[in-house]
Design a protein around this ligand. Structure first.
Ligand code: ZN
Length: 151
């Protein structure tokens, strides 16, 4: 178990130090902003859809290691996924970070590296850091213009 925790820790540190897809996406068809005032995390998410599929996705923001790593891994996971897969993945991810028993959702892609956030469930304040970008994704997909707040 300790080894697995170390590996998870390494992935989070790696993604927080060298976030993937961290840039403005020119020509993004969808975007949304999210704030987590409890921690000071802020994220802007850009999504380029092609039909029902995420063609490209990127983010910019500043926040703690957890929120940055979560945004980085989200963009890595969602490229090429459909809207329905993205929403199903959010449900699975939410279960993981809140410590709910893992139940495979119909049509949900494998969690893959998102499983690294399982440890977050022990730190309720950190759950908001990890889920901020996912709530922001939902707002982008639903074209909600007001910034998302975790409060
Ligand atoms: Zn945070």
């Amino acid at each position: 178990m300790a080894d697995l925790r170390d590996l998870y820790q390494q992935i989070i540190v790696d993604h927080s130090r060298s976030p993937r897809n961290c840039r403005v996406l020119q020509g993004a068809s969808l975007s949304a902003e999210g704030d987590n005032p409890l921690c000071g995390d802020h994220v802007t998410l850009y999504v380029q859809m092609e039909g029902e599929r995420v063609k490209d996705i990127s983010f910019q923001g500043n926040g703690c290691a957890i929120s940055t790593a979560s945004a980085s891994l989200l963009t890595e996971m969602l490229k090429g996924k459909t809207r329905a897969e993205a929403e199903a993945l959010f449900e699975s991810f939410h279960d993981v970070v809140t410590g709910a028993p893992y139940v495979e959702k119909p049509g949900a892609p494998a969690l893959g590296k998102l499983a690294v956030f399982a440890g977050v469930s022990q730190f309720p304040l950190r759950v908001k850091c990890a889920t901020l970008v996912w709530h922001t994704l939902k707002a982008a997909l639903n074209q909600i213009k007001e910034p998302v707040s975790t409060e």
